[in-house]
Design a protein around this ligand. Structure first.
Ligand SMILES: Cc1cc2nc3c(=O)[nH]c(=O)nc-3n(C[C@H](O)[C@H](O)[C@H](O)COP(=O)(O)O)c2cc1C
Length: 165
């Protein structure tokens, strides 16, 4: 039998970036969810996946709208990441949330390192999460020199090293 704490702690030793998955709620407003279960799947066609807890609001927004955005966060967006990791009901939206709609009508968070607008092509329920596979139909990348936001051992961190030569 796998010990749940040990499982969680061991997974936490895998350093990841941080994204906010953006969707639209049932009132037509932006809805965001912080996530790190994001992986590229295929280059041709361009596919990515995210894993979403079935109990999260985002789960049904993606299922119903069949589209979602992946916003790759910079280290300057740590507050945004904490905000979108909060449980329901959402607190009043702080000033830090600035967004615009992409061509396909998906909210894109300003200041992110990159944005992928996806249409839902597959959903696989596994355990308590659904693996959502998205076909990337839009890419927005600003010329943003900021560093990525990192999640490691349950803490947000910043890259602090130079490239290996
Ligand atoms: C760094 C970090 C990574 C997370 N990754 C995921 C994830 O990959 N999938 C997920 O379902 N929840 C993830 N969460 C938890 C959600 O952000 C959190 O449950 C959120 O409140 C869900 O919002 P919603 O119910 O409004 O959709 C993560 C939280 C943090 C802080």
């Amino acid at each position: 039998m796998i010990n749940a704490d040990k499982f969680r702690r061991t997974l936490g030793r895998f350093a990841t970036g941080v994204i906010v998955i953006t969707t639209i709620d049932y009132d037509g407003k932006l809805h965001g969810m912080t996530a790190n279960s994001f992986t590229s799947v295929s280059l041709s066609p361009p596919l990515i996946l995210v894993c979403v807890d079935v109990q999260n609001q985002t789960h049904d927004f993606i299922k119903d709208q069949r589209k979602f955005g992946v916003n790759i966060l910079s280290s300057k967006q740590r507050e945004l990441s904490s905000y979108f990791a909060k449980t329901i009901p959402q607190p009043p939206e702080p000033d830090i949330v600035e967004s615009e709609l992409s061509k396909n009508g998906i909210p894109c968070l300003q200041g992110s390192l990159g944005f992928l607008g996806c249409s839902l092509v597959a959903a696989h329920l596994q355990g308590d999460h659904t693996i959502y596979v998205g076909n990337v139909e839009e890419i927005i990348t600003e010329d943003n020199p900021d560093r990525p936001l990192i999640f490691y051992e349950s803490n947000f961190r910043e890259l602090n090293s130079t490239e290996n030569q």
